[in-house]
Ligand binder design. Structure first.
Ligand code: MIC
Ligand code: SF4
Length: 639
């Protein structure tokens, strides 16, 4: 039986375990990337391992999330990241060089390689044929230390593409269509692998858009074949030496196949407050739009901006609309400057924003009260924009640009512009001067906001306390640990912990801390798909700091589950989902004999208030069980 592309890459990197869907395996990681918001913790953790320099093939540290610099914290973090990169052998991508995933795709990602990044959109590099996964900072730090990465060998869903996209229908519409079918939960330990004739009609940046938002389905990664288009992209980046052809065998068998006829797709939109809430643009036509933002690691490539500019050319945005454009990288910015696209955008009324995450993470450009914001980014979670009452809609650059002109939701197929000639250039402008190569000569500099990552205590004999919070399903890491204005505290756990569950229950930090200070263990009770969204390990570290010892949920997403284990928080699943209903916030809870329960994986949760015994399953691999007993990976690697 032939192999899928996914299993070809995994078997070339397998270090431990059997390559069979559902089995726990360990793989060698070739490349790593970090970004500044998760990177400071990752490098502090790496430093605590007392290793002189990184041991994987390539490690890159990007600065793209916290570039607002209100106050000293961001700049101090950048300086720490620059100096620690220099001393540990990491390439440093300075602020201004662009968004990690866009820049990595342009300058480093290669077919057949494994890439681990401390950001959930690392799978963007699947567009070029890398097996690229997101992880918490500690797992990336370990990969930099040369430690193999543990995953569950995935089931592979083949997404069979035929036909070709119609004018004004875009790669974003492909992934929104995938989201409408697979949804945002229930896809853990799965890889989406694209194949079929339709693949050849998509350029690498278009494939990257599709792979990027596979993260919203919760899959481990998404993969495209490496073919003549991959070679063309690598040539245009002056990197054709790294090309290897790679695809599934003709007789490869997928666990499931989903067919998409690209010719039949039409412009789609993800409606508030979930990327899985999909409608057709034409269903919303006429609805007033207040803000349009084009950018983010999903849709900020050169062709994305060229297409948006072609639609805007000779026109002006509606008076009621604010249009912002953030080129994904300095390369994209140089390209659009040279060929006049930038001027077209400016003349149409666009506000040119920094090549960074910016609006996508709620760092700026918060929309007005109850306003409608159209964005080309990938997440429209509640309150992520910084304005809780705003409604965020995720669309393609074509839909965004065309709607900005009329000030209402508009189907771009009605545009009179011609975008059919916009193709990938044969050569991009290559200027690597914003990468700093390590010299191993700098002393590491730490500002006052930068503190040690806290350690948990080993799992105690008694885990007894209260249900500090009870939340529903699809709780994202943005609900748990807000970003935006709070991002600047990423390197300061005590301060950042004051904002845990800020948009859900602002009293949570004080309640949790007061239980903790009385010597109790805190519990979080949650519905399905807890911890979806980002890789931020702070969504585990900060609750841990506040005394949380167990998350009892209907289901937990992959990266968050790993982060919980890494910091010694027990991820427990209800054996019978209906038991979730029986526990109330504030109930007194105890885990019966936690130490021996870790070994068996079978726990009993005693709801003392209701006098109920609830069976739970520990959601952890054998290695993770050891980590949980030790109270987290930092205790393991330091001992
Ligand atoms: C995101 O898009 O949510 C982020 C911000 O890039 C996160 C990482 C973080 O929280 O720092 C992610 O996707 O992992
Ligand atoms: Fe940055 Fe947004 Fe991409 Fe996250 S999703 S890496 S915040 S651009």
């Amino acid at each position: 039986m032939g192999l899928t592309e996914c299993y070809k890459i995994l078997s070339a990197h397998l270090v431990e375990g059997t390559l069979k869907a559902g089995e726990s395996i360990k793989i060698r990681i070739d490349q790593t990337l970090t970004q500044d918001a998760t990177g400071t913790m990752a490098y502090l953790e790496f430093e605590s391992m007392k290793i002189d320099k990184v041991r994987n093939e390539l490690a890159v540290s990007y600065v793209d999330h916290n570039t607002v610099q209100v106050g000293f914290e961001n700049a101090d973090d950048h300086e720490y990241l620059r100096t620690v990169a220099d001393s540990k052998g990491v390439i440093y991508s300075r602020a201004g060089n662009g968004i990690c995933h866009q820049v990595h795709l342009e300058r480093f990602a290669l077919p057949g390689k494994t890439l681990l990044g401390s950001d959930s959109h690392t799978p963007t590099a699947g567009g070029i044929g890398s097996f690229a996964a997101g992880a918490g900072g500690l797992d990336v730090a370990l990969a930099m230390a040369g430690v193999p990465f543990q995953i569950i060998a995935p089931r592979v869903v083949g997404i069979h593409l035929t036909g070709h996209l119609q004018p004004f229908v875009s790669a974003k519409d492909v992934i929104l269509h995938v989201l409408s079918h697979f949804g945002v939960k229930g896809n853990v330990n799965t890889v989406f692998e694209y194949f079929g004739d339709g693949v050849r009609t998509l350029s690498v940046p278009e494939r990257a858009t599709i792979a990027n938002m596979g993260a919203e389905c919760g899959v481990t990664t998404s993969l495209f074949p490496s073919d003549e288009n991959t070679l063309a992209f690598l040539k245009a980046q002056g990197r054709e030496n790294g090309y290897v052809p790679l695809m599934a065998d003709a007789d490869a068998v997928y666990d499931e196949v989903f067919d998409i006829d690209l010719s039949s797709l039409e412009p789609l939109v993800a409606c508030p407050h979930s990327p899985g809430n999909i409608k057709k643009v034409k269903e919303l036509e006429g609805m007033a739009v207040n803000q349009v933002l084009i950018g983010s690691c999903t849709n900020s490539s050169y062709m994305d901006l060229k297409k948006a500019a072609a639609i805007l050319e000779g026109k002006h945005i509606a008076p009621s609309v604010s249009l912002g454009v953030a080129p994904g990288s300095r390369e994209v910015l140089l390209m659009i400057t040279e060929d006049g696209t930038l001027e077209t955008l400016i003349r149409a009324g666009a506000r040119i924003l920094e090549s960074a995450c910016g609006f996508c993470i709620g760092n700026h450009q918060s929309p007005g009260t109850e306003s409608v914001s159209l964005r080309t980014s990938n997440r429209n979670f509640y309150a992520r924009s910084g304005t809780a009452s705003a409604n965020l809609y995720l669309v393609s650059p074509e839909t965004a640009a065309f709607s900005a002109i009329s000030g209402t939701f508009s189907d771009p197929r009605k545009s009179d512009s011609d975008i059919s000639e916009i193709k990938m250039p044969e050569r991009f402008i290559i200027d690597d001067s914003m990468f700093i190569m390590p010299t191993f000569s700098e002393a590491i500099r730490r500002g006052p906001n930068i503190g040690e990552p806290p350690r948990n205590t080993p799992l105690p004999e008694t885990v007894k306390g209260h249900a500090v919070i009870k939340v529903g399903e699809k709780i994202t890491t943005d609900h748990i640990m807000p970003a935006g204005a709070r991002l600047k505290y990423r390197s300061n756990i005590p301060r950042y912990s004051e904002f845990v569950f800020e948009s859900v229950d602002p009293e949570f930090p004080s309640h949790a801390a007061s239980y903790r200070d009385q010597g109790e263990s805190g519990f979080i009770i949650a519905g399905a798909s807890y911890g979806q969204g980002s890789s931020r390990e702070h969504a585990a570290i900060c609750p841990m700091y506040l005394g949380i010892r167990a998350v009892c949920a209907v289901s937990i997403e992959r990266i968050h589950q790993a982060n919980l284990c890494n910091f010694g928080i027990l991820p427990l699943l209800f054996k019978d989902e209906k038991d979730y209903e029986k526990i109330d916030q504030g109930d007194e809870l105890e885990l019966t004999d936690p130490l021996s329960s870790v070994a068996t994986g079978e726990f009993t949760l005693h709801d003392i208030t209701k006098d109920l015994l609830i069976p739970m399953t520990l959601f952890a691999s054998e290695d993770q069980k050891k980590t949980l007993l030790a109270g987290g990976k930092l205790n393991e690697v330091r001992s």
